[in-house]
Write a new protein. Structure first.
Length: 255
C-alpha cells in the first residue's frame, strides 16, 4: 500500500461508526478491504474523494460496498449513487409534518427498520443497513410525508453512517438536542410481524400463482382465494388433492 492508502485506512478508522461487538475484527476486515482496492486509491487520495463528494457520501459508500469479509471493487459510479441517496434524504425536510408518534402507514416499517439496523450494526452488516435506509426513503417519498417522530428516529438510525447531514437536518427540524445524544430507538417485536403475507400456489410442485392473505387467515377463506386465482389456469386438468401449509404454501395436485 502507498502512503495515501495508509492515510486512508487511518482516516476511515476514525470516521466509520464502531458499534459492533468486536472492534478489532472490524478494523482487520476494513484494512483487508482497503488493500483490495489500494491500486485504485493510488490514483486519488481519500481527501480528493471527500472534497468532491463529501464525507457523509464517502462514509455511506464504504458501508454500502458489501460485507466486510468479502472482496469489494472500488466504484466511482456507486459513490455517486450514494450521493444521490443523501440528496433525497436532504430533501425529506420538505415532506416534514407534525406528529408525536409513528403514523399508521409507517409504524410497521419503523419498528422493522429499528430491529434490522440494530442487529446489522452488531453483526457488522452495514451494507444491509444502508439498503434499509434506502427502502425507508423510497417509502416516505411514496407517502409524500414523514412526521417528526418518524424523522427523528430515521435521523438517529442514519447518524452513525452520515453524521453531518443528519445533524443539519435535526437542527432544521427544530429538535432540541444533537442526534448523537439521542437514546437508540427501541422497537416492539409484535409490530415487526407482517399482518399480510404473499402465499405461493403450486401445481404439482411448480409455482403457478401467488395470493395475498392475512396471517392465520381461515383455511376456507384461503381456499376460496386460491380457486379464484387458479381456476382459469387448470387448462382442463382435474384437481386431485389440495394441501395447505398454513401461512407457507398451497399445493395443488392435478392430472
Amino acid at each position: 500500500m502507498n502512503k495515501d492508502s495508509k492515510k486512508f485506512i487511518k482516516y476511515v478508522k476514525r470516521i466509520i461508526p464502531i458499534h459492533s461487538k468486536d472492534k478489532r475484527e472490524f478494523i482487520l476486515l476494513l484494512t483487508q478491504r482497503i488493500k483490495e482496492f489500494s491500486d485504485d486509491l493510488e490514483r486519488c487520495t481519500y481527501q480528493d474523494i471527500v472534497n468532491e463528494f463529501g464525507a457523509d457520501t464517502f462514509r455511506v459508500y464504504e458501508m454500502f460496498m458489501g460485507p466486510f469479509d468479502q472482496v469489494a471493487a472500488w466504484s466511482m459510479e456507486s459513490i455517486r449513487g450514494c450521493g444521490k441517496f443523501l440528496d433525497r434524504v436532504w430533501n425529506m425536510q420538505n415532506m416534514l409534518v407534525d406528529g408525536d408518534t409513528y403514523s399508521k402507514e409507517a409504524e410497521k416499517m419503523m419498528h422493522k427498520a429499528i430491529k434490522k439496523v440494530s442487529q446489522d450494526i452488531e453483526d457488522m452488516k452495514f451494507n444491509t443497513s444502508v439498503s434499509t435506509f434506502m427502502t425507508m426513503v423510497n417509502e416516505f417519498y411514496k407517502l409524500g410525508k414523514i412526521n417528526k417522530a418518524e424523522f427523528k428516529t430515521f435521523l438517529t438510525l442514519l447518524n452513525p453512517f452520515a453524521p453531518h447531514i443528519t445533524e443539519e437536518l435535526n437542527k432544521i427540524a427544530g429538535f432540541d438536542a444533537d442526534v448523537s445524544t439521542y437514546s437508540w430507538p427501541e422497537y416492539d417485536e409484535d409490530k415487526t410481524v407482517d399482518d399480510e403475507i404473499t402465499l405461493p400456489i403450486q401445481f404439482n410442485g411448480k409455482l403457478k400463482a401467488t395470493i395475498t392473505i392475512s396471517v392465520d387467515e381461515d383455511e376456507s377463506s384461503v381456499k376460496e382465494k386460491v380457486h379464484n386465482a387458479i381456476d382459469s389456469k387448470l387448462d382442463g386438468k382435474t384437481i386431485v388433492k389440495e394441501i395447505y401449509v398454513k401461512n407457507k404454501i398451497y399445493n395443488v395436485v392435478v392430472k
